[in-house]
Design a binder for this molecule. Structure first.
Ligand code: ASC
Length: 150
């Protein structure tokens, strides 16, 4: 698990060092990439949510492992938001991702900061974990409300 997290983190560091568009052959590749990233994040964040909401018993080791994965994955999808990939169908990014990019990036950074706190919160116990999960989920929702077609 540690090694996987390290590998993902290394790739994330390399990926973010390149200009976004330069990483993809064509816009559709960028769309697939970011969707894959968010799909993985949602799977692992969902496992945390199940514990935060009491649908699954809190398990510090599992929560910590999933939180570390989410924190690493959170660095990946944003490189996939290349120009010309907005849309009007449910789930697609609205054009304001690009017309208001600084604010969008700020929201992404806020999300990354909040998910980075989840592992330590999981180690601290269920109450700290629940609070940190709520804060992180709020940052997801904020961008969905503002930048994703409903
Ligand atoms: C999840 C998930 C999201 C966020 C969001 C929070 O578990 O897949 O996209 O939480 O629903 O509001």
């Amino acid at each position: 698990m540690q090694r996987l997290v390290l590998a993902v983190a290394t790739v994330a560091a390399l990926a973010t060092a390149l200009p976004a568009a330069a990483q993809f052959q064509k816009p559709d590749d960028a769309v697939k990439y970011r969707k894959a990233g968010f799909t993985l994040m949602a799977a692992h964040f969902g496992r945390l949510g199940a514990m935060a909401q009491g649908r699954v018993p809190f398990d510090a080791a599992s929560a910590t492992a999933n939180a570390e994965i989410v924190a690493s994955l959170s660095k990946l999808p944003f490189a996939g938001f290349v120009e010309g990939t907005s849309g009007t169908e449910k789930g697609q990014p609205k054009p304001n991702v690009w017309s208001d990019r600084a604010k969008f990036d700020e929201g992404a950074k806020k999300m990354q900061e909040e998910v980075a706190k989840l592992a330590a919160a999981a180690k601290a116990g269920p109450d700290a974990f629940k609070a940190a999960f709520g804060a992180a989920a709020g940052t997801c929702k904020n961008c969905h409300d503002n930048y994703r077609v409903q």
